[in-house]
Each structure stands twice: as C-alpha cells, then as structure tokens.
Design a protein around this ligand. Structure first.
Ligand code: MN
Length: 568
C-alpha cells in the first residue's frame, strides 16, 4: 500500500492524523534541495509503509522531524498521539545526536561502538527502522548539501548505517546505502566503474537471457514451476570491493550478474540445484548452502557457480519466496511476522523477542568460523548480537561514543577521556543539566565535564566509580598528593650526620654534646662503614644558630672527621 492509498483508506487513522500535523508544522520550510521540507518526512513514511511496518512506525516516521525542527514540541506530540508515538519520535531524535567522524585506521572500534550504541539506545527496533528510512532519504538528496557535509554523511552511512542494516538482515537497504555513499566517498572510482561495468552488465544479461529458457524447460520436465527466474546485477559498491581483491579484473567476477530462481519449498531448492548441476557442471568449491547454514545475519539461499555455454561462469541462487523476503528485508520481515503472530503483545516486547531469536546467530557464527568456504571479511562485517546488558554508551560533546560499564558515573567518563580530565573534574553536565559527580549515566547521555586546573581527585570518588581505570588513576593521584604534602611541609627536624673514627665512648660523647644544646634526640642510627661509621642523629629543632653551634662542638670531639646537617 502506498501512503496515498493509506490516507485515502483511513482518512481519520493515525497515519493520516500524523500526516496532517506534520504537513502543517513544516509548512513554509524548505529543504536544501529547494523542495518543501515536508517531502522528506513524507518519503520516510512512504518507505516505512513499504517495509510493512505498523501504523505507529509510519506515523512516528512522518512526525520524526517535527519535535526538533518546528515549533511543535515532544509534549505536544505526546498529548496528541500518545506515549508510544512520542517515545518513537524521541528515540529517533536521540539517535540523531550521534555523529560519526571517521575514518582513521584505528576507527574500527569507534565505528563498532557507535553501531552497538545505536542498537542499545534504540530500545525499540522501530526506532532503528525510522532512523534508517530517514537516512535513506537523506542519502537520496545528498547532492544538495555542501561538499564536506556530503562526505561526512556518506562516511557515516557507509560505516554505521549500512552495516547496521546488514546486521539486521536488511541486505537490500544495506546495499542501497553503500551504493548511495559510494560516489561521494570514491568519486574517481565511481566514474571508472560505471564506464567499465556498463557494457559488461549488458553483455552478461544478454547471456543469461539465453540460458533462461533452457533452465525453465529443464525445471518443467522435473515438474517444478518456479515463481520467478530473474537476474540481479551486483551492486557497484560491493563489486568495487570485490574487484580490489581481483586486481580490478572484471572478467574474474562470476557474479557480476547472477541468476536467481525462486521456488515454493526448501525441498524444491535442493531439487533445482540438482537439475542445474545436471545441465551445467558446477565449479568445485563454489556451492554454498546457506539454507543448512545461514549467514550470521540470517541470510538463507543456495548458491552455485556453474560453467555455462562458451565456458562462461554463471552464479545461480536458489531460494524460497519467504527466504527471499527475509533476505531482502531481514529483521523487518521477521518483526512483522512476530508482530502478527503475537497480536496483542506490545511492540517493545516483540522487539526483545526478535533479538532473543537472533541469539542463535552467535551459535551459527562459531560454527561457521570452522567452515572454510566462507569469506572471513564477511564475518567481520556480519552481525554479532549481544545485548549490551552490562554496558552503556554515552556521547562526548564532540559526538564520539564512549563505552562504559553499567552504573558508570561522570568521573568514570572523565578518566576514560584522559587522566588529567579525571583528576581535574569538578562537575558534570548530562544532557545540558548539572549533575553530581556520582550521578549514574545512561546510554545515550551527552556528557560534558567541567574542569578546574590543579584540582585533585577526592577519596570519596573511590566509593562510586565503576571502572578500574578510574580507580587506579584516583589512587595514584591520592598517593601523589600525599607525597607532595609530606615533602612540601616545612621541616620540623634537623638531621646531623657525623663521620668519626670508631672508638669506645664516641656515641656517649655525641649524646652529651646534644644534651648540652638542650635538643631532644628523635632518632639515632649508625651506618657502619668499617673504621669510620657514619652516625645520623635527628633532633626536634630547626633553630639554625643553635644547630651550627652544636655542629662546631661536634667537630671538636676527638676522632670526628666530618659533620654536616640538613633540615627535614
Ligand atoms: Mn529527518
């Protein structure tokens, strides 16, 4: 159903009401492209409808920019549309705060953190869908933005949004986002590729069109009527990455255009594979059974590469209709299915359920790692669903994401940034509000640390910090402070060092001399050095005149060679 039809069918429905309000709120606003702003939320709603999401998602998609970009606030959305819609809109706004600035060689973990945070933040999967639909339309209209912005958004799309879509099994969307980003990130390569590939694509399609009737006839002879036999051209962006591994030699890419057969049952998939291999010999090592062993993101299909007429390699994919839909739309299709099955359950509990279901993916991942016929790069890209239960993700004022343990405080955050920031922190603002340093941070919080030069950590901090990094730094800083206090304190004693020839009565003579000066002896040690021991005496005085008198007296004692002193 298109948005137009939806509005016509349910003129008083949730979607129609959201449409009316957003249209009004954005009235007069223009996008950078010059078109009315409302075109954007409308396109987002249209995409969500296409993904067959529920009315609440479509309505929230249409309203997603209202709270931030118009006079209408979230409160108003809540009062007009209720808790659910305002929760979704708010979620989309929160995700919008995350900004990714790549891409240095060490940014892999940064990107990974960001992706995790994205999922952790979005409590409800529908928030992710709306954000993805939002990004899809923004990418389609990216040409209107200034060059630096284009590049930043394209990179963020390529490194964050597209991989998230991939992990959620939305291959189609993931590929589209990569393709949309490609010309902005690799303009030269894009030109080269389009020129080079255009003819190759046309030639391949022509070739496959020749094979189709042969295949159809063979299937028919075995009593199989496929739902579809069609072709799919490899996407530019993935073709480019593959070409890099094959010395840019396009003749080595067998799946430039692949043939795709859609049948009714799993059983038929395998039967069809047999028929294909009977027609054309398979290339050894190229048969992939993603039905028995789905890809980590849930992708299922049979793949084979055969040697067709004129010794040309052809990749053929066989799958059922249901697999096809799930492959293309992934978790969205799964979500829809669960939601229908669990009518009456809240969408949020369904989202948890869907994630639970994806746990098997981890199992599979371990299993497939042993399976040699899988490209390992694909695995790195592929999904790793954990539930981030004991981690939170917070944002720095620059938009970087910091990964912290559950229960972490602004002090943990500060030490994560830098030990000096931790040592000198005196306060924090979270989402623009002042909070105490022992405040518990939540995923998605925007954290800003207030500093004061030459401030020192407090021992109290040890009671609430969660990271051992913070604990270590605080302890070190406290020890350091202690040492400084001790050494910078004014001296209270004198230490006198006397070197003398060893003899009977020497210590007694020294004691008597000191007593005559009315100093009390705090300690006396002898450092034995054979016949000339050094004697160290500490006395509770700092009176230099009296000390120097005493030193003179000591120097005149028999057999004393050397006397020196220092205040301590
Ligand atoms: Mn938007």
């Amino acid at each position: 159903m298109t948005l137009k039809e939806k509005l016509k069918n349910e003129p008083e429905g949730l979607v129609a009401r959201a449409y009316g309000l957003a249209q009004e709120a954005h009235a007069g606003q223009k996008r950078k492209t010059g078109e009315p702003y409302f075109n954007h939320p409308k396109a987002v709603g249209e995409t969500l409808l296409e993904w067959q999401l529920d009315d609440a998602s479509v309505a929230a998609g249409i309203l997603h920019d209202v709270a931030e970009d118009t006079a209408l606030g979230l409160t108003e959305i809540k009062s007009k549309f209720g808790e659910e819609i305002s929760f979704l809109v708010d979620g989309v706004t929160k995700l919008g705060r995350i900004k990714y600035r790549g891409s240095e060689p060490d940014d892999t973990s940064k990107a990974e953190n960001l992706r995790k945070m994205f999922l952790a933040l979005s409590e409800d999967l529908r928030v992710v869908f709306i954000k993805l639909a939002d990004r899809l339309h923004n990418m389609r209209t990216l040409q209107a933005l200034p060059k630096e912005k284009q590049e930043r958004i394209a990179r963020e799309t390529d490194e964050i949004y597209a991989p998230i879509a991939y992990r959620l099994g939305m291959q189609n969307l993931s590929g589209t986002l990569h393709d949309l980003a490609f010309p902005y990130l690799h303009p030269e390569e894009d030109k080269w590729l389009k020129k080079t590939v255009r003819d190759a694509y046309a030639e391949r399609e022509k070739y496959l069109a020749r094979l189709r009737p042969k295949l159809a006839a063979a299937l028919k002879a075995s009593g199989i009527t496929p739902k579809a036999i069609d072709f799919r051209a490899k996407r530019y962006s993935s073709l480019y990455h593959k070409l890099q591994r094959y010395n840019m030699d396009i003749s080595k890419i067998y799946d430039l255009v692949a043939m795709r057969i859609i049948v009714d049952t799993v059983q038929e998939c395998y039967t069809v594979l047999g028929i294909i291999h009977h027609l054309w010999p398979p290339l050894p090592g190229r048969i992939k059974d993603y039905i028995a062993m789905p890809k980590p993101n849930g992708y299922r299909s049979l793949h084979t590469t055969v040697i067709g007429p004129d010794e040309k390699y052809v990749e053929i994919q066989v799958r059922t209709q249901k697999m096809h839909e799930e492959n293309e739309n992934g978790i969205a299709a799964h979500w829809l299915y669960e939601q229908n099955k669990r009518a009456g359950h809240s969408a949020r509990s369904t989202w948890r359920r869907v994630l639970e279901d994806l746990k098997w993916v981890q199992q599979l991942r371990r299993w497939q790692e042993k399976y040699t016929d899988v490209n390992s790069e694909e695995f790195l890209q592929s999904m790793k669903v954990d539930f981030f239960k004991d981690r939170i993700f917070v944002i720095t004022p620059k938009g970087d994401v910091i990964d912290l343990p559950y229960g972490a405080t602004p002090v943990d955050f500060a030490y994560h940034i830098h030990s000096e920031v931790g040592d000198e922190c005196v306060g924090a603002r979270v989402n623009d509000e002042f909070v105490p340093l022992n405040h518990t941070l939540k995923s998605g919080d925007l954290v800003q640390i207030l500093l004061q030069k030459s401030k020192h950590p407090s021992e109290d901090w040890l009671k609430f910090v969660k990271t051992s990094l913070a604990k270590d730094h605080i302890r070190t800083a406290l020890r350091e402070k202690d040492r400084r206090l001790r050494t910078s304190a004014p001296p209270t004693r004198v230490e006198i060092r006397i070197v003398a020839k060893r003899r009977m009565g020497l210590l007694k003579d020294i004691s008597v001399a000191i007593n005559q000066s009315h100093f009390s002896i705090a300690s006396m040690n002898t450092v034995d050095q054979g016949n000339f021991p050094a004697i160290k005496v500490q006395c509770d005085t700092t009176d230099k005149k009296k000390i120097e008198k005493l030193v003179l007296k000591l120097k005149h004692l028999p057999d004393v060679r050397e006397v020196s002193y220092q205040l301590v």
